[in-house]
Design a binder for this molecule. Structure first.
Ligand code: TXA
Ligand code: MG
Length: 506
């Protein structure tokens, strides 16, 4: 039985502007889209609202329906699906059974959609929303937007309070994800957060690859990352944030296009490069006046950043120039006991590093293809500048063509697919059917040629091939669309050749 998030409407997901009559009056909070996009992976989403204006004759049911249809359509444009909107049209004095905090609508959802209320949450900006949750056996999360601050003192003790819908969605997602082993994982995250605050270095999972993190505002702690990775000092790091407020704290300017892009893609595998504030130490940015920032889409990463209360600077948790780790075992092999702590979040879902877009020139520019397809970025930004890097003018410091490299020599497979002879050769195949004859071992990235699945398996497959002690790895290229570009970029680099884009990874 699936759990649900029951969202109050006014003051919670949209601004509270009294009785809304027309869709043009609807104003979403900027955090609503990213919050719901993240939350819907764990929960079915419902809106539960109170529209007393209907009984008061101020608004009609058709007006309410138009407003809701428009809210649902706008969320759908961002890939967010609301199962259903429930609303109570009565006045409190009517004593109806559907007014909050009566659990009527939640019981309806349980009956109609098979919702497990015990694992569900209500998010709202009024104590009635918290009461609604309690009366249905769910958990309430109180947000301080809308009326929130005004009624805060009326809340039952121990109510979860969040600054806005984004934080509320993180809290709900965290407790959902960790519910089975919650106490254990929460304890580990607290320990890791405490280590970060003390200047320690912690390995943590993200949706792309594992990161090697330190407090981004602590230059000494960040220096330790370079030592552990044996990474040249001149390669700048990505700063991982857990909220939009943290983004504003580290960047000096946020052009509208950049804001639109992060609102539509975060949390997720997208990094933006922007002018930095002085508070970000030079060692993080390798002395550049710009800083790379991203919000990872992983509940453990978000919980860690939130508990630490600081942004986390982190490169991928591999030795410099080696294959990026997508499991904690990969990190173990390369970094062993050189870090203060490792958080195990299983395999990384996306499996390939973030796409990096710079907003420091006149036109947004692609610095590294990655987990967010370029098409998705360009739908928001318009055409990206794709700089052709030259040895004299690197796109970013630390750029090296030979990267993401296994120890075993790797070559790109010729289209002819000639059979290997006399040597122990491994094949990295993109899709079935595979002409596997003559190969010692074959790694198939996706039987159906699904590029997402292939990206997710790429690094783990390279790790396995590399561990076989082969003479050679032959790799097939992917089609140059969507995530195929990011896969080919990594393969070209592993082959030591010149990829389409030449931005180094550490
Ligand atoms: O998915 C990811 O992005 C992973 C996870 C851990 O978040 N991180 C990652 O970090 O791939 P790293 O350090 O391996 O790669 C960061 C890239 C480097 O190529 C670096 O040159 C570029 O980001 N970069 C960082 N700051 C920059 C800046 N200010 N201007 C241009 N490029 C920058
Ligand atoms: Mg409200």
């Amino acid at each position: 039985m699936p759990p649900a998030l029951f969202l109050d409407r006014d003051g919670t997901i949209i601004e509270d502007r009294g009785h809304l009559r027309s869709p043009s009056q609807v104003a979403f909070f900027p955090q609503t889209i990213p919050a719901l996009r993240m939350a819907q992976r764990a929960f079915k989403l419902f809106i539960v609202t109170h529209q007393p204006g209907v009984a008061e004759g101020v608004i009609g049911t058709d007006g309410v329906a138009r407003v809701h249809a428009s809210i649902l359509a706008r969320l759908a444009q961002h890939g967010i699906h609301i199962e259903r909107v429930y609303y109570c049209p009565h006045r409190r004095s009517e004593g109806c059974r559907c007014i909050k905090p009566n659990p009527y609508h939640l019981f309806e959802a349980a009956r109609q959609y098979g919702i497990d209320l015990r694992r569900s949450f209500v998010i709202g900006d009024h104590p009635h929303d918290v009461g609604l949750a309690m009366n249905a056996g769910a958990t309430g999360i109180y947000v301080l937007t809308g009326h929130g601050e005004k009624h805060r003192h009326e809340l039952p003790p121990d109510t979860i309070v969040a600054s806005d819908i984004w934080e509320a969605a993180i809290r709900a997602t965290e407790s959902h994800t960790f519910s089975e082993k919650h106490a254990e994982i929460a304890g580990q995250i607290s320990r890791a957060a405490a280590l970060l605050k003390q200047g320690g270095v912690v390995v943590f999972p993200t949706e792309t690859v594992y990161g090697l993190g330190a407090n981004a505002l602590d230059a000494r702690a960040v220096a330790a990352i370079f030592e552990i990775k044996r990474r040249p000092r001149f390669d700048p790091l990505i700063v991982h944030v857990g909220s939009f407020a943290q983004l504003d704290a580290v960047v000096a300017e946020l052009p509208t296009t950049a804001r639109d892009l992060v609102e539509s893609c975060w949390p997720g595998p997208l990094t933006v490069v922007l002018p930095k504030r002085d508070l970000v130490p030079d060692i993080v940015t390798a002395g550049l006046p710009t800083v790379a920032v991203r919000m990872p889409d992983h509940p453990m990463a978000l919980a860690l950043i939130r508990e630490a209360g600081v942004p986390i600077a982190a490169p991928s948790a591999n030795l410099f120039g080696r294959i990026s780790p997508t499991t904690v075992q990969h990190v173990q092999e390369q970094l062993g006991d050189r870090v203060d702590m490792m958080l195990d979040g299983g395999s990384c879902r996306v499996g390939i590093e973030s796409t990096i877009i710079s907003f420091c020139g006149r036109q947004p520019a692609l610095l590294r293809p990655g987990g967010t397809p370029i098409e998705v970025v360009e739908a928001v930004t318009g055409p990206l500048l794709r700089l052709e890097p030259t040895p004299a003018v690197p796109l970013a410091p630390g750029q090296l063509p030979h990267h993401y490299a296994p120890k075993t020599p790797l070559v790109l497979r010729s289209a002819a697919g000639e059979m290997p002879r006399g040597r122990r050769v491994g094949l990295l195949a993109l899709r079935a059917p595979v002409a596997a004859q003559g190969y010692e071992v074959v790694e198939l990235l996706s039987p159906t040629g699904d590029l997402r699945e292939a990206a997710g398996n790429l690094f783990a497959a390279l790790h396995r091939l590399d561990a076989r002690g082969l003479d050679l790895i032959e790799a097939e290229l992917a089609p140059e669309t969507g995530l195929g570009r990011a896969i080919n970029d990594r393969l070209c680099r592993a082959a030591g050749g010149t990829p389409q884009m030449t931005l180094g990874n550490g």
